[in-house]
Design a protein around this ligand. Sequence first.
Ligand SMILES: *Cc1c(COP(=O)(O)O)cnc(C)c1O
Length: 431
Amino acid sequence: MNHSQSKALFSRAQETIPGGVNSPVRAFRGVGGEPVFFKEGAGAWLTDVDNNRYVDLVGSWGPLILGHAWPPVVAAITEAARLGSSFGAPTEAEVRFAELICATVPSVEKVRLVSSGTEATVAAIRLARGFTGRDYILKFEGCFHGAGDPFLVKAGSGVETLGLPDSPGVPAAVAGLTLTAPYNDLGAVEKLFAERGKDIACAIIEPVVGNMGVLIPEEGYLQGLQALCRAHGVLFVLDEVMTGFRLARGGAQEVYGLRPDLSTFGKVIGGGLPLAAYGGRRDVMSKVAPEGPVYQSGTLSGNPVAVAAGLASLQALRSPGVYERLDSIGRELEAGLRAEAEEARVPVTINRVGSMFTVFFTEGPVFDYASAKKSDTARYGRFFHQMLEEGVYLPPSQFESAFLSLSINEPEVAHILRAARRAFRALGTAA
Ligand SMILES: *Cc1c(COP(=O)(O)O)cnc(C)c1O
């Protein structure tokens, strides 16, 4: 494949954009080499600026569950833009959107729209603190909740360890209010809550982790966490920015039978436009300004074009059998990838829930931050580049979920598996 236009753009971009990208993982540092610049997406396929084509397994990092440029979404965006792209005042579509979310996710009794997942999680934490009058929060090692200060905390080695800032610019005093515990370890939370429970406003978690590669909750783990939260007056915040409307219409909370106090949404709900939300218990959400004292606002919140894209996407996801289809394509792809890896004698662990999956280059099992870190990331990098050359766009990092869309059908699955056969074989002989 020729990547000369991408290369030229990347060197130009580095002059005016930090690292040449507007979000760090895009820069390919996790896999080496230089990023591909895209000019078009249609259904399951991407075209780059050098006219190479790829089956897309990133889907803009989760939002594009329908695929690229799904015609009803494009039509909704066009129509909304024609009527005026922003009013900074209420619209009917926002009300319909809020009603749709509340009707689909029973734990959400009231919801506030924002423009990014980061905004949603930052607002949810502020609300949890304002509601409980407690300052500490608990997050889980390897879980990502966006780029807000309270979340940029290095996963500590134990639950007693106070968080250390993961980034210059996050004051130690802020990071120190974030406690961490390993994912899939209820005992650690039990111990932490026994000692510090009354200081903790909320526990926030990715129900199925997507941001350490895919990690699957062990049987009873999330339900146990919810029960521990209840027992200690700690709000249970489910970060469904990735899983909401992706794993099921009602998100991971529907799949695992949960009733969180607060939930955050993003990605899929915006249909590829900047739209996110936080919502939950009526008494908690009633503390949000102007109904209550906890301040949060946004000039473009509930933006009409974004809401139109969101409504059209969620509408499409109401067709019967949609999630079953995503799961069956996922199952087929998982089995195929496993068979190809085995054939090439490349040890992998494939974690998948519905349309989210990760191929870890380790014998596994992979169930938390420490076990995910055992993966051979250099090997993933070689696999990634081989797949890219074969026309498959995987996430440019071992520690990110791949996503399926409803535009991926049998021909695309065959294309991916053909590419994977060659890529695994190349690794096998290289080893
Ligand atoms: C992507 C993501 C976020 C951040 O959303 P942005 O829109 O990128 O700010 C937060 N939480 C989870 C679980 C995510 O996957």
